[in-house]
Design a protein around this ligand. Structure first.
Ligand SMILES: *[C@@H]1O[C@H](CO)[C@@H](O)[C@H](O)[C@H]1NC(C)=O
Ligand SMILES: *[C@@H]1O[C@H](CO)[C@@H](O)[C@H](O)[C@H]1NC(C)=O
Ligand SMILES: *[C@@H]1O[C@H](CO)[C@@H](O)[C@H](O)[C@H]1NC(C)=O
Ligand SMILES: *[C@@H]1O[C@H](CO)[C@@H](O)[C@H](O)[C@H]1NC(C)=O
Ligand SMILES: *[C@@H]1O[C@H](CO)[C@@H](O)[C@H](O)[C@H]1NC(C)=O
Ligand SMILES: *[C@@H]1O[C@H](CO)[C@@H](O)[C@H](O)[C@H]1NC(C)=O
Length: 481
């Protein structure tokens, strides 16, 4: 059953329409009428495009600090995934000492083909969090993929799973050898099933394959369809099922809460199919707009708000991890950080991490039909930990910025503190001086070091009730413990 949202429209004096939203916070997990998703220790992850992964870790200063900022919040290094289109252009070369070898016309191009050495896997093995490694299936060279997988198993104690191919639905158009002739969801599924068994048995590991990895909207190319083709032998080699998602659109359509919910509502049937066979379901690669992002959308504060709400809503739908893709360095609008600047979306992902940190369960307080969102996390004892409030009304920087009152009921404390995520407008970009602010703090360009003084707001609770004002295009995390 859906949680109750009580949206009261109040006609204020004068022409302006002000609104109030009331959310009852369940006083413990298990209160009926709500769904509670179990929380993984680090649901917010990062995906690195295959060919550029070594540069992120050896030649981009911000990478380690940006990940460490989240480790400081959760006690767990964020999960990473290495993969993308270039994983199916990559052959393992046991003889090279280089991480990757390729030639491109311009530094901002992705290579058409590349080789990688065992040092690539050793570098991945040095990361302190879990790693999903994406290997090639498109080139149809299983000998090569097994050789790489064997090095991954021996050199990566942090190896969570191996992907066998990325977004196979595009391979026929890309001229990938394995897709010559007939290439449909059914032929891809038969290919995945066979490769899962062959690679898994060659490396002597069960629960090792991250299967699926398509981008087209399910059910076609989705997990339920794939699982229906798998016998128990295939399934014992599968660790997780993954899907990709790039919603696209304008800043306003992207960040609107009801749009975020309806986009994610294409996944519950796939999630349920994976959970029925006892495997987690993840968004293995995602970001705002495909192909490196959109210049006018992906670097904005509105995209940061999307990142926050999208991550938390996905987690509520029992999607265990969400890996945000980072592409070609210097040619990537949706990237959370680069060599010189920070992307506003890093702030949204950081707030999602802070909100979910240390939680045991998550519930949604709204049905997803309006601009106004509420979520609550619960500790291991089932007690409310934090509430996230989000006003997705669009404010583009001109005219009056409206505000909405969010009323929480069922609170136990006599006062609560809160941290606000805000910026001058939904179009603010840090690289243009429109620094977002999370509890009064910012992340430095180039280094990702936090700056400024952490600031909490305090709100009095009276009769179990407290009221918070959120301007259009703002979010607030309320700390209940
Ligand atoms: C590191 O980045 C700089 C700046 O783009 C580039 O000139 C250099 O080649 C890179 N070095 C490596 C080892 O990737
Ligand atoms: C690999 O890419 C390079 C540069 O684009 C090209 O010259 C070469 O022919 C490609 N090789 C294959 C096997 O596709
Ligand atoms: C396939 O991989 C093997 C072993 O890594 C390699 O020797 C061979 O050249 C590859 N074949 C093609 C067509 O690239
Ligand atoms: C399971 O499926 C694979 C191919 O997907 C097949 O090779 C294998 O024989 C099947 N195993 C059983 C026990 O039916
Ligand atoms: C998520 O899984 C839990 C069981 O672990 C279940 O109770 C809950 O209803 C699921 N959530 C949704 C939205 O289906
Ligand atoms: C990041 O760089 C931009 C462009 O130089 C600048 O306007 C902005 O203030 C910087 N942000 C921070 C937090 O230092």
């Amino acid at each position: 059953m859906a949680p109750l949202t009580n949206l009261v429209l109040v006609l204020a004096t004068g022409a302006r329409l002000a609104s109030a939203v009331t959310f009852a916070v369940p006083t413990t997990t298990g209160v009926s009428g709500y769904s509670y998703a179990p929380l993984a220790p680090a649901p917010v992850g990062i995906s690195f495009e295959f060919f550029t992964f070594p540069s992120y870790f050896t030649n981009v200063t911000a990478t380690t600090q940006c990940l460490a900022n989240w480790e400081a919040l959760t006690g767990t290094w964020p999960s990473i995934r290495i993969g993308g289109t270039t994983q199916d252009r990559a052959l393992y070369d046991a003889s090279t000492s280089a991480y990757v070898v390729y030639t491109v016309a311009a530094a901002t191009d992705a290579p058409d083909n590349l080789t990688f050495g065992s040092s690539f896997m050793r570098l991945a093995g040095e990361y302190k969090g879990s790693v999903v490694l994406g290997l090639d299936r498109g080139k149809n060279n299983i000998t090569n993929t097994i050789a790489a997988a064997k090095v991954a198993v021996s050199d990566m104690s942090n190896l969570l799973a191996i992907e066998l191919g990325n977004e196979p639905e595009y391979w026929a158009g890309d001229g990938q050898p394995i897709a010559s002739g007939t290439w449909t969801p059914a032929t891809d599924a038969a290919s995945q099933d066979s490769w899962d068994i062959q690679v898994g048995s060659a490396i002597g590991r069960t629960d090792i394959i991250q299967a699926g990895n398509s981008n087209s909207a399910p059910p076609t190319w989705g997990a339920a369809e794939l699982i229906a083709t798998e016998n128990t032998t295939v399934q014992e080699y599968v660790a997780t099922y993954a899907h990709h998602n790039y919603p696209g659109g304008t800043v306003q359509s992207l960040m609107t809460h009801s749009g975020i919910v309806s986009n994610l509502n294409q996944f519950p049937a796939d999630v349920a199919a994976a959970l029925r066979v006892g495997k987690p379901y993840v968004l293995g690669e995602t970001n705002s707009v495909s192909g490196g992002g959109a210049a006018t959308v992906s670097p904005t504060f509105g995209a940061a708000l999307w990142t926050l709400d999208y991550t938390v809503r996905a987690t509520y739908l029992n999607i265990s991890r969400t890996y945000f893709h980072q592409g070609t360095i210097g040619n990537c609008y949706y990237c959370f950080w680069g060599r010189y600047d920070m992307g506003a979306p890093y702030y949204g992902a950081t707030v999602a991490t802070a909100f979910l940190a240390g939680g045991s369960h998550l519930t949604a307080l709204d049905t997803g039909s309006t601009d106004y969102a509420g979520y609550a996390t619960y500790d291991a004892a089932g007690k409310p930990l934090r509430v996230l409030l989000y006003n997705s009304d669009y404010y583009a920087g001109s005219g009056t910025r409206t505000a909405t009152s969010f009323v929480l009921t069922g609170l136990a404390a006599s006062s609560v503190k809160a941290k606000r995520l805000t910026a001058a407008s939904a179009l603010s970009r840090q690289d243009e001086g429109g620094n977002p602010s999370w509890g009064g703090q910012t992340y430095a360009n180039g280094s990702c070091v936090v700056g400024g003084t952490e600031t909490y707001e305090t709100t009095t609770v009276s009769g179990g009730q407290a009221t918070f004002s959120l301007a259009a295009s703002e979010a607030l995390v309320v700390y209940l413990q």
